[in-house]
Design a protein around this ligand. Structure first.
Ligand SMILES: *Cc1c(COP(=O)(O)O)cnc(C)c1O
Length: 415
């Protein structure tokens, strides 16, 4: 249990969070082969409910109670998983009306939901106003539609402003703020937008600042949080009402690759505690929120594919599986990676067996991009064996081009 994966690859620190029994990975209490039989076919994504809950609770316990924890649904919007998350977090962050439907179906209170994202269509804004979720305004162009919805529905919309700050989150996997961006309203223009909001029959909720994703450096996160609070305090002077909510973003990263050191949450939690304390006087009445996607869900998910062919080409072994890039774009290295690195993979029915060969794990697509593991050290695997890709609870199923090559879509189970 908790053994390093691909241990032969130097610097590997990603560990297997699942128990192992009789050499098999155990997910949701079921040995992998039994689970695969229950699911009925491969490939599939399996999410471990108990592991998920334990992980979210542990983070919740580490964070100061005054800071609210939201789940950013786009990381994994599987309805059953979202329903589980609703019981574990303080709110949900949505990126579309489709996600809003899943959240509402899951029984989430619209009062703790916020809807961010560029290019919200007028009908989506109407839906959000009708539902009573907070709209994080990303563009002045959204205001007339929100106003029309207010008039048309006789509802007072809840509106926050997503700010494109004048700083960026350092050493982030994906920078989403600072400089020209399609996200949020440039900080220098926010006072005018606040004035415009003040002239509308809207309830002003607060600010949202999201500066980046996949950050493993506590120091960088603390720095961005500090700057976010300072910026919000400055902008609050021009706000049409008190700041009820300051959504400070998230960006907590997870270790995917050899050499990645897990994020040290303690200093980030301590920084948040300090900022929350400070906000009691600088932003009285405001609730601080952090919104996390992958950090909450990545590690409790596994992608499972079956070896359908084992072939050798000029001395190199290829394990050809029934799963690949079309199901798990991120693991293939084509979802925002600059240099391709392997997600942690294992033969799920031979856990703990020594790695005896160096192989490439590929999928059935006619492209060399369809690679789940490039030259990884694994125990010998044959046709029928189950290959597991770890850290697959986030940005897997819904982030992948299922239709590409017209193979069947994978199954998702929460176990
Ligand atoms: C994508 C996104 C998130 C979640 O990002 P993770 O890296 O999965 O934590 C949170 N907030 C916003 C606004 C996003 O766009």
């Amino acid at each position: 249990m908790n053994a390093p994966l691909n241990a032969a690859a130097s610097g590997q620190v990603v560990t297997n969070p699942f128990p192992v029994e009789n050499g098999e990975l155990v997910i949701g209490g079921l040995p992998l082969s039994r689970l695969a039989a229950r699911v009925g076919r491969t490939p599939f994504f399996a999410y471990d409910r108990a592991l998920l809950a334990a992980h979210v609770r542990a983070l919740r316990a580490a964070l100061p109670p005054a800071v609210h924890l939201h789940y950013a649904m786009k990381a994994n919007p599987m309805p059953a998983l979202v329903q589980t998350m609703v019981g574990l977090v303080d709110g949900l962050d949505l990126a579309s009306a489709g996600e809003m439907k899943v959240a509402l179906d899951a029984g989430c209170d619209p009062g703790i939901m916020s809807f961010a994202g560029p290019g919200k269509r007028p009908e989506e804004l109407w839906q959000a106003v009708a539902a009573g979720v907070t709209i994080n305004v990303e563009s002045e162009g959204e205001l007339p539609h929100i106003r029309a919805a207010a008039d048309g529905l006789g509802v007072r919309p809840r509106v926050a402003v997503r700010v494109n700050p004048d700083f960026e989150l350092k050493s982030s996997g994906m920078k989403m703020a600072g400089g020209p961006k399609q996200f949020g309203i440039d900080a220098e223009r926010v006072p005018d937008v606040l004035a415009a909001i003040g002239r509308e029959p809207f309830e002003f909720v607060g600010f949202h600042v999201y500066s980046g994703s996949q950050n493993l450096r506590a120091e960088a996160l603390c720095d961005a949080q500090r700057k976010t609070l300072d910026l919000a305090v400055r902008l609050a002077a021009a706000a049409p009402g008190p700041v009820q909510v300051l959504n400070m973003g998230g960006g907590f990263g997870v270790p995917y690759f050899p050499g990645d050191q897990p994020l040290d949450v303690a200093p980030v939690a301590e920084n948040l505690r300090m900022l929350a304390e400070e906000a009691r006087t600088s932003l009285p009445g405001a609730t601080l929120v952090i919104e996390l996607g992958r950090y909450l869900v990545a590690h409790s998910g596994v992608y499972v594919a079956r070896v359908v062919d084992r072939k050798e080409s000029r001395g190199h072994v290829f394990l050809v599986t029934d799963g690949g890039l079309h199901h798990h774009l991120a693991a293939s290295g084509n979802f925002g990676q600059v240099i391709r690195k392997n997600y942690p993979v294992a033969v799920g029915t031979q856990m703990g067996a020594p790695a005896t060969e160096n192989v490439s794990v590929v999928g059935p697509l006619c492209t060399p991009l369809d690679l789940l593991g490039d030259r990884v050290d694994l125990p010998r695997a044959d046709v029928g064996d189950l290959i597991c890709v770890f850290m697959s609870g986030a940005y897997g199923y819904t982030s992948s081009p299922h239709q590409f090559l017209s193979h069947p879509a994978p199954i998702e189970v929460l176990v």
